[in-house]
Design a protein around this ligand. Structure first.
Ligand code: UGA
Length: 472
């Protein structure tokens, strides 16, 4: 099938490369000519596992890049809108880019097209796209508008696309549903996985096809992200209780997550969720609810817990170091999570800013996000190290702020030798506390392995034997 993908950000570029991988002919369009030239020259604008391989595999054959939206879409059967929907000042999603695309498409329709929103958008967007296209002269017989939200995580986006839990199609009629189902057929019937050159992944669970109304699909995306954010805020709150009572949140999460109704994923506490999706989508979902007269206060609480989590980490650093001014901090991780160079709404970056404001000297290292961080943080405010060990040299403490797997495998004896003070603050519960302690370092995690309690000994729980005696 012939596809046009409009917008080559994370979602657009990954989708374009993966549709080409499934056998379709794709033109990916962006109004930034520099980005298009970069892609044409074989360079990736983002750090994303497996993406360079896929683009290289199909570029020039089934995958083309263009900055001409009209030309690209004139030949396509299906047009995916993957442009940004950044937060507006009032918390709504800014839909002006989507609107701009709808206007351009209206002026360039030939034959019948299915226009599909893939960006995360508020419920009602498809209706607005349809209205805009009609207002700008498109004939109602020449197009239909559908919703096919993505559930891609940065860092694993290619695998998430090719090995999804579900494929969600919000369609206005059966004809559109059939056409869009065809697009994903190689995943749904498993034929893609039989190919000798298929990207390897977990094929044990078949993807589920879910066909809904357009509005339900739009809502499923917002509700899913909001629910995942809620899960993280919940476990962060549980971690805060664990710290007070001396329980271990890792054990609590394991015990909770093995209940199949709860599930083990997204139960890792830390310094709060970040990125270009959760913070924006929770805010936008609450705003959508408010506009239709429902005050979704639960989401307000989710956001407050998330903000608070960063404050708690600052307090923990203070607890470990007494004062922050003048301290040398080794920061490991700047991206909003491991596996990506994305620093948008990164809790790590926010914390770095905060430590710098409080007078700390920060030396940071991130395997992929250093140049983006450098472009975002005030010039000269942070020193950038060549690797994790160089960051630790003479530092008063090392802070793990992003869950990069390589930080979990650090040579802790070497870290101990490099640090001025033996203090590890693990904002992501990434390291093994026993190994850290065995290397002679003090460990501060989130919701576990707390520093010795300041409470008097008499308030400690009664020994088990006494309870048994009393019960006898
Ligand atoms: C998220 C969703 O997971 C995707 O399904 C969705 O498609 C995407 O948003 C989107 O809307 O485009 P992403 O933002 O790439 O994906 O990253 P996640 O893996 O969800 O992580 C988000 C944040 O939550 C990160 O800061 C991460 O460190 C944090 N997190 C995640 C936790 O603090 N604890 C966890 O247990 C999991």
């Amino acid at each position: 099938m012939k596809i046009a993908v409009i917008g080559v950000g994370y979602v657009g570029l990954v989708s374009a490369a993966c549709f080409a991988e499934l056998g379709h002919t794709v033109v990916a369009v962006d109004n930034d000519p520099a980005k298009v030239a970069m892609l044409d020259a074989g360079h990736m604008p983002i750090h994303e596992d497996l993406l360079p391989e896929l683009v290289k595999r199909h570029h020039g054959e089934r995958l083309h890049f263009s900055s001409d939206i009209r030309e690209a879409s004139s030949d396509a059967d299906v047009i995916f809108i993957c442009v940004g929907t950044p937060p507006a000042i009032n918390g709504d999603a800014d839909m002006s880019y989507v609107e701009g695309v709808a206007r351009e498409l209206a002026a360039s329709l030939h034959g019948h097209k299915v226009v599909v929103e893939k960006s995360t958008v508020p419920v009602g967007t498809a209706e607005a796209v349809q209205r805009t296209m009609l207002l700008h002269g498109a004939s109602p017989n020449h197009f239909s508008v559908a919703s096919n939200p993505e559930f891609l995580r940065e860092g694993t986006a290619v695998s998430d696309f090719l090995f999804p839990d579900r494929i969600l199609l919000g369609v206005p009629n059966d004809r559109t549903g059939k056409l869009l189902t065809e697009l994903y057929q190689p995943i749904l019937d498993g034929s893609y996985y039989q190919r000798p050159d298929a990207i390897p992944g977990d094929t044990t669970k078949a993807a589920q096809l879910i066909v809904t109304s357009v509005k339900s699909a739009e809502l499923i995306k917002h509700a899913s992200n909001a629910f995942l954010a809620l899960k993280i805020s919940f476990i962060n709150s549980v971690a805060n209780v664990c710290e007070r009572v001396g329980a271990d949140v890792r054990e609590v999460a394991l015990g909770m997550g093995t209940d199949s109704r709860i599930g083990p994923k997204f139960l890792t506490p830390g310094i709060g969720y970040g990125g270009s999706c959760f913070p924006k989508d929770v805010l936008a979902f609450r705003s959508v609810a408010k506009q239709v007269g429902y005050d979704f206060t639960l989401l307000t609480e989710v956001m407050e817990v998330n903000e608070d989590q960063k404050e708690r980490f600052v307090a923990k650093v203070r607890e470990a170091l007494w004062t922050i001014r003048g301290k040398k901090l080794a920061v490991l991780g700047l991206a909003f999570k491991g596996g990506t160079d994305d620093v948008r709404d990164s809790p790590a970056l926010e914390l770095v800013r905060r430590f710098v404001e409080e007078g700390a000297q920060v030396t940071a290292y991130d395997p992929a996000a250093m140049s983006r961080a450098q472009a975002t943080l005030p010039p000269g405010s942070v020193t950038y190290a060549t690797d994790a060990y160089a960051a630790c040299l003479n530092a008063d403490a090392v802070l793990v702020l992003t869950e990069w797997p390589e930080f979990a495998d650090l040579d802790l004896a070497r870290v101990r030798k490099l640090l001025k003070l033996p203090i590890v603050l693990d904002g992501k519960n990434l390291l093994d506390p026993n190994k850290v302690k065995a290397a002679g370092l003090h460990y501060y995690g989130v919701g576990c392995c707390a520093s010795p309690s300041p409470l008097p000994v008499s308030s400690a729980p009664a020994p088990r034997v006494a309870v048994e005696t009393a019960a006898a």
